[in-house]
Design a protein around this ligand. Structure first.
Ligand code: ATP
Length: 336
């Protein structure tokens, strides 16, 4: 099976070709970089409009050259696209592009949930059976595990996504978007200062710690110390709930998903927690963690193989598409 994947939920205009026979994933991405502030939905949509045709063309060229299909045949078996969750104006452009390509190439359309794709790429690259997934991305933060045909949300943020929370602090400090890597670099020279730590059962909250961090900055606490402490507390919260999710499900496999998963300190904390309880931990390589069409193409291939394709008239996008709304058609394994 060979699938063209298209991703465009927020900042990454990305196209990929996944070939299941070789397990090769080719990804071409073009990132939107705001001039100032955070992601502006209209500007992000303009970026999609501009960049999607380019990245798709590159991906299709790669498929034609690599797999040597006859010129009159489509170089892929289906077109998979991110249906949501994400920014409506961006999703609509990607949806339109995917529908047009599916018709032009005369291949089926596959609608992929972006958060389930973050999970499935980890399951795929680790070759895990039934992992718990910590999705630590820009606009989201939650723990997912499979049960009875769905990925259930075991715990999640009660307010903002984890990356967005970090980015709000760095905007306050005047650092350019995205803030996560800058906080990671600054944290290396920091020492711990007290900041809120909020876990309620399986859920967590970032708004209190963000306000407190901004306040500390205004009170002239060294920014390195705030960055260090932000990482310790925020990642500590995520690690605590990930551990509880492993315990609750009885799973001994944890995968990480999302752009914040590129952070070394978060990976270190999760790896240590897993080692202590004898669980396996897998963090996909960075190109599969941040938003990318590779994960859309890989899950798209599994869905296509299961016959889970979309009629054009049912293919509208959904900015609030939750992972637990997705019937998991591509796996038959029922743990327990
Ligand atoms: P979603 O998948 O929820 O739609 P998103 O589209 O915003 O999220 P991702 O690519 O998953 O995008 O994540 C982007 C976020 O990752 C940004 O908030 C960025 O600050 C954060 N990030 C990137 N690198 C690091 C890092 N090294 N440490 C912490 N955060 C990071």
């Amino acid at each position: 099976i060979r699938i063209l994947g298209i991703e465009g939920t927020a900042w990454a205009a990305s196209a990929a070709v996944y070939d299941s026979a070789t397990d090769d994933v080719f990804i071409e991405s073009d990132a939107y970089q705001p001039d100032s502030g955070g992601i502006h939905p209209r500007e992000a949509a303009e970026h999609m409009h501009d960049a999607i045709p380019r990245v798709v063309e590159t991906a299709l060229e790669h498929a034609r050259e690599t797999y040597d299909e006859p010129a009159d045949e489509a170089p892929v078996d289906a077109v998979a696209f991110s249906r949501g969750p994400g920014l409506g104006p961006c999703l609509r452009i990607v949806g339109t592009a995917a529908r047009a390509l599916s018709q032009a190439l005369e291949v089926p359309l596959v609608g992929v949930n972006h958060m389930v794709a973050h999970l499935e790429i980890g399951r795929h690259t680790a070759d895990f059976d039934s992992p718990v997934c910590l999705n630590a991305s820009g606009a989201n933060a939650h723990l997912l595990a499979y049960r009875n045909g769905r990925y259930r949300v075991l715990g999640e943020t009660m307010d903002t996504g984890v990356g967005n929370a970090i980015d709000k602090f760095t905007r306050h400090v005047g650092w350019s978007h995205p803030g996560g890597p800058k906080v990671e670099a600054a944290a290396e020279d920091g020492e711990y200062v007290d900041l809120p730590y909020v876990v309620k059962g399986m859920d967590f909250s970032f708004s209190g710690i963000m306000s407190a961090a901004k306040q500390r900055y205004d009170d002239d606490v060294p920014v390195e110390d705030i960055c260090f402490s932000l990482q310790e507390n925020i990642f500590g919260m995520l690690t605590e709930v990930a551990e509880r999710a492993l315990s609750l499900t009885g799973s001994d496999e944890l995968v990480l998903g999302g752009g914040v998963g590129q952070n070394e300190r978060l990976r270190e904390m999760l790896a240590e927690m897993c080692a202590q309880r004898g669980a396996e931990f897998h963090a996909p390589e960075p190109r599969f963690l941040r938003d990318n069409a590779g994960m859309i193409a890989v899950l798209g291939a599994k869905m296509y193989d299961a016959g889970d394709t979309l009629a054009i008239e049912e293919s509208r996008v959904d900015p609030n598409y939750r992972p637990d709304q997705v019937p998991v058609t591509w796996r038959s394994d029922e743990p327990e």
